[in-house]
Design a binder for this molecule. Structure first.
Ligand SMILES: NC(=O)c1ccc[n+]([C@@H]2O[C@H](COP(=O)([O-])OP(=O)(O)OC[C@H]3O[C@@H](n4cnc5c(N)ncnc54)[C@H](O)[C@@H]3O)[C@@H](O)[C@H]2O)c1
Length: 254
């Protein structure tokens, strides 16, 4: 694909690093103008500086009014919004028995409430200007019990549900909404938590455990082409779907 996103205006949340930064670069390489947003403004600016047409903004997706203002600002300056990638997410490692209600709410606030705000405000703006494509970042943890990350997995399952509802409610307005469900990708979200997983699971090497199940640890570039495809009109008949990218992990029971 080349230039399949020419003249498209995109917002990527959580774009300072990891999958968000990779997706911003992929959309940029396909011709989109990408607004990289993050609670980490410095990181977002750094990602944007590496793009051909990038710009950045600080946006905490937990703040519904801030997400609304971000979308309004982008539409005001560019005349439309074509692509929203609701990617921002966090995680902690705790068994349910030890999980405080605060820990639960902190993860849900970013990983579910933040996606709700990003989807809702983007979809309304897109509906008003002829349509667009929204991509939510879910996870294969949406589909199975996920020990030690129960809050994270519950949020991701809800994101898949939200994705489907939004797809149907906005279908008549030319807005498509699809979820990407990666397996374990070697970003800070996973590698920073590896020692906690190792301690809780009683294993020496969390990457080895994941590699056993996935074939290898996933890379950001394993996921980013799917985001570009879903953002483009080439995926025009895909709507309300959850696309798994996990090296086959969820295909196997053993
Ligand atoms: N890495 C994986 O294995 C994996 C697998 C499945 C799904 N995901 C999902 O992909 C998305 C990106 O994950 P990643 O691995 O790149 O993580 P990451 O930790 O590398 O990056 C996450 C980014 O989100 C930003 N962020 C956190 N809270 C925010 C907030 N309130 N508002 C705005 N930005 C915020 C962070 O500053 C950071 O830049 C997340 O939704 C994550 O759940 C990751």
């Amino acid at each position: 694909m080349a230039d399949v996103l020419k003249d498209k205006i995109a917002i990527v949340t959580g774009g300072a690093k990891g999958l968000g930064a990779g997706i911003a670069a992929e959309l940029d390489s396909e011709g989109a103008h990408v607004v990289v947003t993050d609670v980490d403004g410095e990181g977002a600016a750094k990602t944007a500086a590496g793009l051909a047409r990038g710009e950045s903004a600080v946006c905490d997706v937990r703040d519904d009014a801030a997400v609304a203002a971000l979308v309004a600002d982008v539409v005001g300056r560019h005349g439309k919004l074509d692509i929203m990638v609701a990617n921002a997410g966090i995680g902690t490692v705790t068994p349910l028995a030890d999980m405080t209600i605060d820990a639960w709410r902190q993860v849900l606030a970013v990983n579910l409430d933040g996606v709700f705000s990003s989807v809702r405000h983007a979809a309304r703006a897109m509906a008003a200007s002829g349509g667009g494509s929204i991509i939510t970042m879910a996870s294969i943890t949406a589909f199975a019990g996920s020990p030690l990350i129960g809050h994270y997995a519950a949020a991701k399952a809800a994101v898949v549900s939200l994705t489907k509802t939004a797809a149907i409610e906005f279908r008549g307005h030319g807005v498509r909404v699809n979820a990407i469900c990666p397996g374990f990708i070697g970003t800070d979200l996973v590698t920073d938590r590896a020692p906690e997983f190792e301690q809780q699971l009683g294993v020496d090497d969390f990457t080895a455990v994941i590699s056993q199940a996935q074939g290898r640890m996933g890379e950001v570039r394993d996921v980013t082409p799917l985001a570009a495809f879903l953002a483009s009109d080439r995926s025009r008949f895909s709507n309300g779907s959850a696309f798994v990218v996990d090296g086959g992990m969820s295909a196997s029971l053993v």
